[in-house]
Design a protein around this ligand. Structure first.
Ligand SMILES: [Zn+2]
Length: 335
């Protein structure tokens, strides 16, 4: 039986403890259940501050296994730490049960207004927000580069296996091609620029912590131990490089990377809503102009865009929620 931080967390055995040092001098502190922080031995070694999160959806196990390997390597002294790193295993109870969520989709619960529904996932999201605020407040004070990668796998199959969602930058800032180029070096083949505010974990750290933050989709959700089909070696090498202080700079975005923006959101307006495209359709499936996407009370959603593709189609939603996104290629990094 392995005794990794993840195993201990799933067994309910992590406890918040006083900070300690590894034999190589790396500082370690468990901040909360499933939340562990590493800091370099010498403050002068610190090149960047980074949050790595996974398991916000409990059944998305490939990133959980990836982060577990990384945490183990640090704890075993195999990975030299030249960054402040906060590793977050998100929805632990859902991970234990192998489900996406217990009560509510946790990645819709960040940046909340105080009057929305209470629940375990809402409380966990609020606690994680506090952890990130606390972690990044020191980064802001010390003017260190700030990164947050929230790692997921998609419910759907995808024509593009690894892609990232780039939250709408705070007012007055644009999307940053350097950040996109870094992701390309990690094996990400497409980046979707968001056009609206959101309630995701990565939007929170972008908006409230000034971090370069991304939701990264790494293949399809599979149970623990069945993720051999997705090659995460480039992503792992990239993250290990960042932890050891290697922040790639000056890369250009490669031509093969697909840059997309949201053309529109298909919102379910009434109970009469019918999604006409196949809900199991792969992400990034092209949509021919004239295709009827959906119908709602007195309305028809027809594809009028050139080179349109669909992403996250989902008919099983409440009125007011999103049934899918129509995306189109873009070359502009402007907000
Ligand atoms: Zn997810």
């Amino acid at each position: 039986m392995s005794n990794s931080f993840l195993e201990q967390t799933l067994a309910g055995k992590t406890c918040i403890a006083l900070p300690y040092c590894l034999p190589n001098g790396t500082h370690v502190q468990v901040m909360d259940e499933g939340v562990i922080r590493f800091e370099p031995k010498n403050p002068g070694d610190r090149q960047l501050d980074m949050v790595l999160s996974c398991g916000i959806h409990g059944n998305e196990t490939a990133p959980v296994e990836l982060l577990d390997r990384i945490v183990s390597q640090i704890l075993e002294g195999q990975l030299k730490v030249r960054a402040r790193v906060l590793c977050v295993f998100g929805n632990i109870e859902a991970m234990r049960q192998g489900v996406r969520c217990i009560d509510q989709d946790m990645n819709r619960l960040f940046c909340r207004l105080p009057d929305v529904e209470d629940g375990d996932e809402a409380r966990r999201a609020a606690m994680l927000e506090m952890q990130l605020m606390r972690f990044f407040s020191r980064s802001i004070q010390d003017s260190k580069p700030r990164l947050h990668y929230d790692l997921h796998t998609a419910i759907h199959g995808s024509l593009i296996e690894k892609f990232a969602i780039y939250p709408l930058p705070p007012q007055g800032r644009d999307f940053d091609p350097l950040q996109v180029a870094r992701l390309a070096s990690a094996g990400v083949d497409a980046v979707l620029l968001q056009s609206t505010t959101s309630t995701t974990f990565s939007f929170f750290s972008s908006q409230h912590c000034g971090a370069a933050a991304f939701t990264i989709e790494l293949g399809r959700a599979m149970p623990f131990g069945q993720n051999g089909g997705v090659d995460l070696s480039k992503m792992q090498a990239y993250l290990e490089g960042l932890i050891s202080g290697d922040l790639p700079d000056g890369d250009v975005v490669p031509a093969h990377l697909g840059l997309y923006k949201v053309s529109r959101e298909i919102i379910k307006q009434s109970d009469a809503f019918v999604l006409h495209i196949d809900a199991k359709m792969d992400n990034f499936t092209p949509l021919a102009p004239g295709t009827i996407l959906a119908e709602d009370e007195g309305m028809q959603y027809v594809v009028h865009e050139t080179d349109a593709r669909v992403i996250f189609p989902n008919p099983d939603i409440a009125v007011g929620q999103r049934a899918g996104l129509v995306i189109v290629p873009t070359e502009s990094y402007l907000r």
